[in-house]
Unconditional design. Structure first.
Length: 138
C-alpha cells in the first residue's frame, strides 16, 4: 500500500472565503501514484474548514448569509471566547461546515459526483493556514 502526505497552504486577504481546492488535490493524487484508495483532506486550523459541494457563486453567497445568521460575527462581545479575541464565530462556522472530507479514488481519479468539488472554507482569514492531504491506496 502506498501512502502520500502533503500540506496545502492558503492565505486569504478577507476574513471569510471559499476556495475550490479540487485542482490541488487532483495534483496531489497524480503525484501519489495511487490508482485505488482514499484521499483525506482536513483543515489543520480550528477556524477553517474543508467541505464538498457545488462550485456555484450564488450558493457560496447563500452560505455566507446562512452562516452569519447561525453564528454572527458581531457583536463580538456576545461570545465568552472573545475576551481578547474576535473569532468565536469562526470556530462555530468551522464546526458547522466540518473539519474534513474523505473521497474515494477510482482508476486514478477522485470519485466525486457530477457537481461536487472540494473546498477550503476560511472563517478567520488574513493569515496562512494549512490543509493536510493524505492519500492511501494501491
Amino acid at each position: 500500500m502506498k501512502s502520500y502526505r502533503k500540506e496545502l497552504w492558503f492565505q486569504t486577504p478577507t476574513r471569510r472565503a471559499f476556495i475550490n481546492m479540487t485542482p490541488q488535490v487532483e495534483e496531489c493524487l497524480h503525484e501519489s501514484g495511487v490508482r485505488e484508495g482514499l484521499v483525506l483532506c482536513n483543515a489543520m486550523h480550528i477556524t477553517a474548514s474543508v467541505f464538498i459541494n457545488d462550485d456555484e457563486h450564488g450558493l457560496h453567497l447563500d452560505y455566507e448569509v446562512w452562516l452569519e445568521k447561525l453564528a454572527p460575527h458581531e457583536p463580538v462581545t456576545q461570545y465568552r471566547h472573545n475576551v481578547g479575541e474576535d473569532n468565536a464565530d469562526a470556530h462555530m462556522k468551522r464546526q458547522i461546515m466540518g473539519r474534513e472530507v474523505v473521497v474515494a479514488v477510482t482508476e486514478g481519479k477522485l470519485d466525486l459526483g457530477t457537481w461536487e468539488r472540494i473546498f477550503y472554507g476560511e472563517f478567520d482569514g488574513r493569515r496562512r493556514k494549512r490543509v493536510l492531504v493524505k492519500i492511501i491506496g494501491e
